[in-house]
Design a protein around this ligand. Structure first.
Ligand code: TMP
Ligand code: MG
Length: 218
C-alpha cells in the first residue's frame, strides 16, 4: 500500500459578510507557516470566459435564465476540477473560498418549483469532494451590523435568510458529513483558531493516504 500523502481539500463556505475572505487568507497563511504547500482558489472564478459572464450577471450588467446561470456556476467549477485533482495528488493542499454548497443553496433559494436542492445538486456530481467544508455561520442580524451588504445580485437580507435556512437543510442530507459549522459571529482570532484546529485534525487523518473522493449522487 502506498504511504504517499496527498494534499487536503478544504472548503470555506458561508453567507456574505461572514468573513470568508479574511479567514480563507489566514488559513492559507497558517498552513504555509506550518510548512504545507497551498493552492488558493475561489468560486466564482471571475477570470475565465464563463467567470466573466457570471461576474456580469452578479453585477446586474446582463440577464440570465435561472437554470442557465446555475449551470454556468457549475461549469465554472468543472473547468478547474482537473487542476484541483492534480494539485492534491502532488501533495498540495487546496483551500477554496466557496464551492458547490454555495452553488446549490443560492440557486435553490430563488424558490422555484423547478429548481430544487436536488435538481441544483445534479451538475455537481463527479466533482472532487472536499475532506472538510467549514460553514462560517452568522445570523442575518449580525451580518447586517458588519456594514450591510454590497449591491451584487444576491446581497439582500431576504435572500441571505433563505440561503442560511437551505445551508442547514443541506447539512441534514448526506453532504452534511463533511460540513462543520463555525460560529463566525466571534472575533477574527477566535474563528481563525477554531478553523485551524479543525483543519489540522482532518489533515492528521489516515484518509490522506487514500485518493480524493468524488461528489456522489443522492
Ligand atoms: P462571492 O461574493 O463570494 O464572489 O460570490 C458571489 C455570489 O455568487 C454570492 O452571492 C454567492 C453566489 N454564488 C452562487 O450563486 N453560486 C455559486 O456556485 C457560487 C460559487 C456563488
Ligand atoms: Mg460577495
Amino acid at each position: 500500500m502506498s504511504t504517499h500523502r496527498r494534499g487536503a481539500f478544504i472548503v470555506i463556505e458561508g453567507l456574505d459578510r461572514a468573513g470568508k475572505s479574511t479567514q480563507h487568507a489566514r488559513l492559507c497563511q497558517n498552513l504555509e507557516n506550518h510548512g504545507h504547500r497551498v493552492k488558493r482558489m475561489k468560486f466564482p472564478d471571475r477570470t475565465t470566459p464563463i467567470g466573466k459572464s457570471i461576474d456580469a450577471y452578479l453585477k446586474g450588467e446582463s440577464q440570465q435564465e435561472d437554470h442557465v446561470i446555475h449551470l454556468l456556476f457549475s461549469a465554472n467549477r468543472w473547468e478547474t476540477a482537473a487542476s484541483i485533482r492534480t494539485a492534491i495528488e502532488e501533495g498540495t493542499t487546496v483551500v477554496i473560498d466557496r464551492y458547490y454548497c454555495s452553488g446549490i443553496v443560492y440557486s435553490a433559494a430563488k424558490g422555484r418549483d423547478d429548481l430544487s436542492l436536488k435538481w441544483a445538486r445534479e451538475p455537481e456530481v463527479g466533482l472532487p469532494r472536499p475532506d472538510l467544508c467549514l460553514f462560517l455561520d452568522i445570523t442575518p442580524e449580525a451580518a447586517a451590523k458588519r456594514g450591510g451588504f454590497g449591491n451584487e445580485k444576491y446581497e439582500t437580507s431576504a435572500m441571505q435568510k433563505r440561503v442560511r435556512e437551505l445551508f442547514y437543510e443541506l447539512m441534514q442530507l448526506p453532504d452534511g458529513q463533511e460540513i462543520k459549522v463555525i460560529d463566525a459571529g466571534r472575533g477574527i482570532e477566535d474563528v481563525e483558531r477554531d478553523i485551524m484546529e479543525r483543519v489540522m485534525r482532518v489533515m492528521a487523518q489516515t484518509k490522506m493516504t487514500e485518493g480524493l473522493e468524488s461528489i456522489l449522487p443522492w
